[in-house]
Design a protein around this ligand. Structure first.
Ligand code: HAM
Length: 449
């Protein structure tokens, strides 16, 4: 009996998908569908955005955090919501060797809420303000602005209920785009209420939809049964017509949610931020309470596509087993921001371009070159090299291609005499200088060019 049981269990543990490798086929050199390499040319944009976002987040009191890319699947089903597209259809979930049900993070807020509890952040000075930067994974249909691996920059303010923080979170989100140079953006904002007032609103919404279920899409019929708020998020033409006549959450808020929302709008007016009330904005994650918002281009090919979104999630930490911890946050999509930057012709600094090029000839010169190169870079002189090439001619060709102003030539004789030749690449004029004077000499010349 026991033996039978063991055999049965053993079968379960080894029950994994069969992997067959066809030996005669060369492994394909492709990325996984929906995932891409971020090449140096594009990384310039990532760098540009991150640098500005990081500076601003720090100035607003956020400190950097990185949570694991892999978390227990239940973290996301409990927080993002069992009946959301993200959890139902879009997670990369699998069983580990020890049969843990794990998922690649589809977003970062859930992981940060978990980190708040795990690391006893309730004992830190409150509110706890954290920002992050990293890759997220969602199994969506790849298209412009929708990837299966995409990057987010985001920040979360944990444990503060005041409406002024909602306004500050929105202010910072907008400021980041401003610093990047994006124009023509608008903030869409809504309040979806709290556990006090939302059930009543959801009932009204269901009542409204009850005799229309034969006119809505299949997805919406599912939403009607499982997650009625998400009915308002459908992009199908026939559903949009029905959405337009649906009851609106802002008309059914309890007095606390109503006042909270009114205060936020007053702060936004004071800040002169461009916002539009969107009574049908509900967002695709279940943890939100009260405020939800998105920032989108107003015009152009990506008009209406959210570059970033966020809101309040006062119940989330309680759902995960903690105390009452009203919190809020935001994240922006890096790919969509880059796409919009290109659309608005925002340029970013070019890749590293050296000003000086170090060439060398012969074994002892090459040995010395490594130290000279280090000294030049430590003196903040952007230096190029091509140590692997043999002849001075071929090295100077590279220098020419890079468009450097000055080349340094170190041959065997110069290495012995502790001197180096400085060549002006434009005029071809050459001069010998002492090695211990080369940095000062280059700095002087670069200033004058
Ligand atoms: P989200 O709206 O799901 O919110 O994602 C935020 C941003 O990530 C979107 O506005 C979009 O720019 C980008 N994004 C989402 N999915 C994709 C995709 N498949 N491909 C490319 N970019 C994408 C959240 O993730 C929440 N955690 C935001 C938040 C933080 N709420 C409170 N705190």
């Amino acid at each position: 009996m026991l033996r039978k049981k063991i055999i049965k269990n053993r079968k379960k543990l080894t029950d994994k998908p069969k992997i067959t490798i066809k030996k005669d086929i060369v492994a394909p050199l492709q990325t996984v569908k929906g995932m891409r390499d971020i090449l140096p040319e594009d990384w310039r944009y990532w760098d540009f955005i991150l640098e500005r976002a990081k500076k601003l987040c720090q100035a607003y009191g956020y400190r950097q955090i990185e949570t694991p890319i892999l978390e227990e699947t239940s973290l996301f089903s409990r927080s993002v919501g069992e009946a959301t597209d993200i959890v139902e259809k879009e997670m990369y979930s699998f069983y580990s060797k020890s049969r843990e049900n794990l998922s690649l993070r589809p977003e970062a807020t859930a992981g940060i809420a978990r980190a708040y509890l795990k690391n006893g952040m309730a004992n830190w000075p409150q509110p706890v303000k954290l920002f992050y930067f990293g890759a997220m994974f969602r199994y969506e249909k790849p298209q412009a602005g929708r990837h299966r691996e995409f990057w987010q920059i985001g920040y979360e303010t944990l444990n503060d209920p005041s409406s002024v923080l909602d306004a500050q979170v929105i202010q910072l989100a907008f400021k980041i785009f401003e610093k990047i140079g994006l124009k023509n953006l608008t903030i869409q904002i809504n309040s979806i209420g709290c556990p006090e007032c939302r059930p009543e609103y959801q009932k009204l919404l269901k009542d409204y939809y009850r005799n229309k279920t034969n006119r809505i899409c299949l997805n919406c019929r599912n939403r009607f049964a499982k997650n009625p708020l998400r009915l308002l998020d459908c992009k199908e033409e026939k559903c949009i017509q029905i959405i337009n006549g649906a009851p609106q959450s802002i008309d059914h808020l309890c007095s606390e949610c109503h006042n909270h929302f009114k205060e936020i709008l007053e702060y936004l007016d004071e800040l002169e931020l461009p916002y539009t009330l969107n009574p049908f904005l509900v967002r695709g994650l279940d943890y939100y309470t009260k405020t939800v918002f998105e920032i989108c281009p107003e015009t152009g090919p990506f008009a209406g596509l959210a570059l970033g979104g966020g809101g309040r999630y006062d119940e989330l930490i309680k759902i995960l087993g903690g105390e009452e911890t009203p919190s809020l946050g935001y994240s922006m999509g890096v790919e969509r921001t880059v796409q919009e930057m290109k659309n608005q012709n925002i340029s970013v600094p070019p890749l590293f371009t050296p000003k000086v090029f170090l060439t060398q000839l012969g074994e002892s010169a090459r040995k010395k070159s490594l130290k000279i190169f280090q000294d030049l870079t430590e003196a903040n002189i952007k230096t190029g090299e091509s140590f692997g090439r043999g002849s001075i001619k071929s090295q100077l060709k590279v220098a020419d291609k890079l468009g450097v102003k000055l080349a340094l030539i170190l041959g065997q004789k110069e290495a012995i005499d502790k001197v180096i030749i400085i060549r002006d690449m434009k005029t071809g004029m050459q001069e010998i200088v002492r090695l211990d004077k080369v940095i000062d000499e280059i700095k002087k010349r670069l200033k004058n060019i």
